[in-house]
Write a protein that binds this ligand. Structure first.
Ligand SMILES: *Cc1c(COP(=O)(O)O)cnc(C)c1O
Length: 369
């Protein structure tokens, strides 16, 4: 058997010829940026996520950054004001805070790898302005706890939903659960473009207007530059591709959930721990299926000898990264343990039941050193 972690070309190929047609239509249209296809995708995504506004942009890092920039200018936050960020996430979450001229304050995650709200509360200072709830692995953070915290403090709450396309909390999709959300449509996400793309979702009309201006050189009208903005656009080819793939995401997520359930039922090994099961309040979308092992390099090597490719998300927490060395690094035991021990098993809509059985059997035969 040879099982790749994420067979991107096969995953894209099954949407042919629709994707080829979509790209061809754009090539012929003569309209490559800020056209009708971006507007159509924004509308379709707003409807799917249940928000009033979607603003397309170039990638997920920009989407996070644009929201923070928009709040900073509207609310009058100062340079160096603080945003609480869980340390176990992809680097972009922390980088966006720095790019907006703000300061990340790291907090720990729970055993489910999602923001530990009790720990986040302990990190509040007079300069705390916001927190980022990362729906890591396609799970949804504890929205009720976050909302309760927000009521006490009045801080803004941003969802990093880059791994949580159409995940749900009490039936409502991620991306419309807090004050604003950032999505990435990087090719490897549950809804992926054929290049970079991202968007901001919000119910807040004023924020959406600011984000749209900030992503367009800060222009509120053509050649009227009100803000110091960026150039961050979703191009028409990506918008057309995303619109073509959107109708399949729910079914693909359901397939991922079924694969995750099979892994849970079939993996029984004292040295391989599975994450806690998601709360019944949520429908996770299993972007990543993590396991924890004491020696990940040895485990990954063993899996390779079985013909199974694995990955790691993420081998360092953000407070352990050189890029953030100038930010205070508290001891964050759960994030650090996940960074040390996490290995991601293949999970994608084309993985077969037979392959999952084989992967689980290989794991159950693993002899830890
Ligand atoms: C992918 C990802 C991002 C960044 O998205 P890009 O489009 O690659 O910039 C941000 N946060 C998380 C949690 C991600 O997984």
């Amino acid at each position: 058997m040879s099982i790749s972690y994420y067979p991107l070309s096969r995953l894209v190929a099954r949407h042919q010829p629709a994707l080829g047609q979509a790209v061809d239509d754009v090539v012929r249209s003569g309209q490559y940026l800020r056209g009708e296809r971006e507007a159509a995708f924004e509308q379709a995504w707003s409807q799917a996520v249940g928000v009033a506004h979607t603003v397309g942009c170039a990638n997920g890092l920009d989407a996070l950054t644009l929201v923070l920039m928009g709040w900073k200018q509207r609310e009058g936050w100062a340079d160096g004001d603080e945003v609480i960020v869980p340390a176990m996430t992809f680097a972009a979450t922390g980088l966006s805070v720095l790019r907006a001229g703000l300061r990340p304050v790291w907090c720990d995650v729970g055993a489910d790898a999602l923001i530990d709200v009790a720990d986040a509360k302990r990190r509040v200072t007079p300069r705390t302005r916001a927190a980022i709830a990362v729906h890591l692995y396609g799970r949804v953070c504890d929205i009720d706890a976050l909302r309760a915290w927000q009521k006490e403090t009045g801080i803004k709450l941003l969802e990093d939903a880059a791994q949580a396309h159409l995940a749900r909390y009490q039936g409502r999709p991620a991306g419309g659960l807090l004050d604003a959300a950032a999505f990435s449509f990087y090719p490897g996400k549950n809804l992926g473009a054929l290049g970079d793309a991202g968007c901001v979702c919000t119910h807040d009309k004023d924020l959406a207007t600011r984000v749209r201006a900030l992503a367009n050189y800060g222009a509120t009208e053509k050649y009227l530059h009100t803000f110091v903005g960026l150039n961050s656009r979703m191009d028409e080819i990506q918008a057309a591709v995303l619109t073509a793939r959107l109708p399949y995401v729910e079914d693909e997520n359901a397939r991922r959930r079924s694969l995750a359930a099979q892994y849970r039922a079939k993996i029984h090994h004292p040295g391989v721990s599975l994450s806690p099961v998601a709360s019944p309040d949520t429908d996770e979308v299993c972007h990543i299926f993590p396991v924890l092992v004491s020696q990940p390099a040895d485990f990954q090597h063993y899996m390779t000898t079985c013909g199974i490719e694995t990955a790691r998300h993420y081998p360092r927490a953000l407070h352990q990264q050189t890029a953030f060395a100038h930010i205070d690094a508290p001891h964050l035991p759960v994030s650090e343990r996940i960074a040390r021990e996490e290995v991601s098993l293949p999970i994608h809509p084309l993985l077969s039941d037979e392959e999952v059985v084989y992967i689980a059997e290989c794991i159950n035969r693993y002899e830890a050193p």
